[in-house]
Every structure is written in C-alpha cells, then in structure tokens.
Design a protein around this ligand. Structure first.
Ligand SMILES: C[S@@+](CC[C@H](N)C(=O)[O-])C[C@H]1O[C@@H](n2cnc3c(N)ncnc32)[C@H](O)[C@@H]1O
Length: 447
C-alpha cells in the first residue's frame, strides 16, 4: 500500500511502524506532535449524545459526543462569554453544549434538515406544559382522522405523501398513512415554536424507528420490516415526552449561554455579518469518504418538506464538503482538478498523483475535498479574531489503496497558508474499528 509522506509531520518509515505496534488503548504519546491518547467511543461519538439531555433529541451517527466539545474547549482555554464557532454544525452538538455551559456559539450548516435540527434544539424558552397540551391536541386529532383515512388514497383525501423516489420502499403503507396524518396534525398547531418543536420530535423518531432502514455502521440500509410492530403515535408521543422533560430540566438551570445555527455554506462567508469576532472554532467537517449527509437524511428532508425534488438533493450535495454530488460526479471524471493554492499543491498533489495511477475520479475527489476544506479555512479569516484558536476533528481514510492521512494533511495545509496557523497538536483519540489505520483526530491550531 503506498503511503504518501507530507512535509513536516511524517517522520521515518521506522517511526511509523513503531507507532503501528503501539497498543492504542494504552495512553501513549509517541514523542512527536501526534498525541495518541484514546478517548472512549462512549464519550467521543454520537453514542455519548444519546444519553444526554437535548443531545438525545436527534441522532446523527457521524456526530461527535458532548465530552469531545469539553475536551476541546478545555484544551483551547475557552472562557465563558467568548464566542465559539462550529462551521459544520450537523445536529448542533457544539452549539447545544456551548449554550448549556454558558458560552456564546454560532453554528453554520448547509443541510436544511440539520440546520432545522440544530436551530430548533436551541430554543429552550418553550414551556413544557404548553408542549404537553399541544401534544394531547395532536394525538386526539390524529386518532380522529386516522380511523377515517384510506391508506391508498392519502393524496385524494388531502394528505401529503413525501415525493421521495420509491416511497413504498421507505415506509410500510400503514406507517406512511400514520406519518402523513401526523404531519397534517402537527401542521395544525398554531404556535410556531411549539410546531417546530413537534416537527423536530418527528424527525428525531423517524429513523430508524419508523422507517424501513437500519443505520448500519454509518449509512442507511433498507431492511424488511413487514412483520415488525411499528406504532407511530406511541413512539412519537414517547419522544415528545422525553424532549419535554429535557426542556423542564434546562429551564431550571441558570448560567446558560446563547447559541444559534445559521443556514450557511462554510466555504463562502462573503455576505455574512456577525456581531462579534470568533474566539474559538470547534468543528468536524465531513471526512473524505464520500459519505453523503443529504442522502442519509432524505427521509426527513422529504417528509418534513425541506425538499421536493431529487435535483435539490444533488444541488446541496454538490456544495457540501465530501458529499457524493449525485449527477455532478461525472464532472469529476474528466480532466484533472487543480489545487487552489500553493499549500494544497504541496500537500495534496503527491497524494492525488498516487491515487490517479488507479483512478482519476477518486484523485479528483481527494483534490476537490482538500480544495473545499482549504477554501473554508481561508474564508474564516473574514470572521475570526486575530488570536483565534481552532480545533478540527477529522478522520483518516483510504482511497483506492492510498492512505489519506487527513489530520497530517490538514495540519500541513494550515501551516502552509499565506496567513498560516501554528499547529500545536494532532491528537489521535480513536481508531475506528472499520479498517486499518482509520484514526479520528483533533487538529489544534492557533494564530
Ligand atoms: C461530521 S458532520 C458534523 C457533525 C457535528 N459535529 C455533530 O456533532 O452533529 C459534518 C456536517 O457538515 C455539513 N457540511 C458539509 N459541507 C458544508 C458546507 N460547505 N457548509 C456548511 N456545512 C457543511 C454536513 O451537512 C454535516 O452536517
């Protein structure tokens, strides 16, 4: 397997094989700037969020855990009152944790469903008793309507059927009927904040509980659920009740901060106005593994009417970092994607050249990925404080037999920019069990 050395960060092959023999479970610093201290999956991944108030409202498998946010805030010496940015907000883990801990935080997110999840998860001004009253009304209306609905004539009876390709593959007829009626009843709630809260609850319980999919390691996979017991209204009401409990608990807590999540492309910040400069960036951009957030949130995007046509999915995917771009993939098949600047050229060209021996598309994918990531980092200059600290959680991957050491490559790009960052540490905190050398790391930098 070819390994491509990037300047500065990779030492000799000898050091590397030595490192490979280290037991990753034992806290270990390898004497270089790569720190190998593990953080357990129950703290570093989405699993941690499933057990925590607010974070458990929506499960996004690639999310990091709230503990990781603490780890980074502590490591960067963040103080209350300072402003944190998460430019790849996902389900809003950073913004939620920041608000809980008394920081101010801004999140950016390009996926409309995830933007809605993050933004709605931060509204803790709602009275849980109002939620309970609205839920009772929704359930009563649901029961009244459902008994009268013919499951094969939903649209004729004025109900909405998500225009997702092959809708019956996603939901059983009876489940689809219940979901359509439920969406209708939630839409009848007049108070906007409570309606959004109730829509978020539906998003939170939809996958995998109510949909013909399993989450696998990361991606959605279709499964046969014809003989499962799926009770839409029961699962839904239970989730709303959990969320209302969490609301009650945070409303009793003092010292909260102020967070918001904006629908915003992090690679283009030209028209953005923020009221204060960013002191710390804590984030996790997509990994270079072709995982598509849009593809994996399609059931929610269509059911909750964030999207009505497949072309919209491709258009968003095309602007994301690391997505699969649907139809735009063909654009990467032809020619050679050039590096956007000298730092990317120095760091990524050797990697892309190694991949290109096997596959031009994937070589272009790698270059495009690092171009977009670098573009984003340079755009940040418009909104960050002079002495900003950054922490990027990234994942290494393999593309066509070539090791993509994202942490090291990003560190080299950061250090090689016209306005460089001093990279203070690469902390490899987890070895993903899905493959060889698939580390996840935090890359720390400062100005
Ligand atoms: C690894 S996830 C972040 C997960 C997050 N840390 C959490 O705990 O939920 C990366 C996110 O970046 C978003 N994203 C990708 N490209 C983007 C862009 N150009 N601008 C803003 N967000 C983008 C994706 O939609 C995805 O939600």
């Amino acid at each position: 397997m070819p390994r491509v050395a990037a300047s500065g960060w990779i030492e000799s092959q000898h050091m590397r094989s030595l490192q490979a023999t280290l037991d990753f479970e034992a806290p270990e610093t390898d004497g270089r700037r790569i720190n190998m201290r593990p953080i357990h999956v129950s703290k570093s991944t989405f699993q941690a969020g499933l057990a925590e108030r607010i974070h458990r409202w929506f499960r996004l498998t690639p999310s990091f855990g709230p503990d990781l946010v603490h780890e980074m805030l502590g490591r960067m010496g963040a103080r209350r009152g300072q402003t944190i940015l998460d430019p790849f907000s996902g389900a809003g883990t950073t913004a939620i944790e920041a608000q809980l801990e008394g920081f101010n935080c801004v999140g950016f997110e390009i996926n409309p469903l995830l933007h809605f999840v993050g933004a709605t998860s931060l509204n803790w001004t709602i009275d849980p008793q109002d939620v309970e009253r609205s839920l009772d009304a929704v359930v009563a209306e649901f029961m009244r309507r459902r008994s009268r609905v013919e499951r094969h004539q939903l649209e004729e009876q004025g109900y909405f059927v998500p225009p997702i390709h092959n809708v019956h593959r996603w939901w059983r007829d009876d489940v689809l009927r219940d979901l359509s009626v439920l969406v209708f009843c939630i839409d009848m709630v007049e108070d906007r904040a409570i309606r959004d809260f109730l829509r978020l609850a539906l998003a939170g319980v939809l996958v995998p509980d109510l949909t013909n999919v399993t989450l696998g390691k990361l991606q959605l996979h279709f499964i046969d659920r014809s003989s499962d017991s799926i009770e839409v209204i029961k699962s839904y009401a239970a989730h709303v009740a959990r969320m209302a409990d969490d609301l009650g608990s945070v409303r009793e807590q003092g010292g909260l901060g102020t967070s918001q999540v904006l629908l915003q492309d992090s690679t283009d910040l030209s028209s953005l106005q923020l009221s204060s400069k960013i002191d710390h960036v804590i984030t996790s951009p997509p990994y270079p593994n072709r995982y598509s957030y849009v593809w994996n949130t399609r059931p929610h995007l269509y059911l909750l009417r964030f999207m009505s046509e497949a072309s919209e999915a491709s258009a968003i995917d095309k602007r994301t970092i690391g997505g699969t771009w649907g139809t735009a993939t063909s654009a990467l098949q032809k020619g050679v994607v050039e590096p956007i600047n000298a730092a990317v050229a120095r760091t990524i060209e050797p990697v892309a050249a190694a991949i290109r021996k096997e596959d031009n598309l994937m070589a272009n994918y790698a270059m495009h990925y690092f171009n977009r990531l670098t573009q984003h980092v340079m755009e940040l200059d418009k909104i960050v404080a002079k002495n900003v600290n950054i922490a990027y959680v990234v994942g290494n991957s393999w593309l066509k037999g070539v090791y993509i050491e994202t942490d090291v490559l990003l560190a080299d790009i950061l250090a090689g920019l016209d306005r460089p960052y001093e990279v203070t540490e690469i902390h490899r905190f987890r070895r993903r069990n899905s493959g060889k050398d698939l580390f996840e790391s935090i890359v720390y930098g400062r100005r």
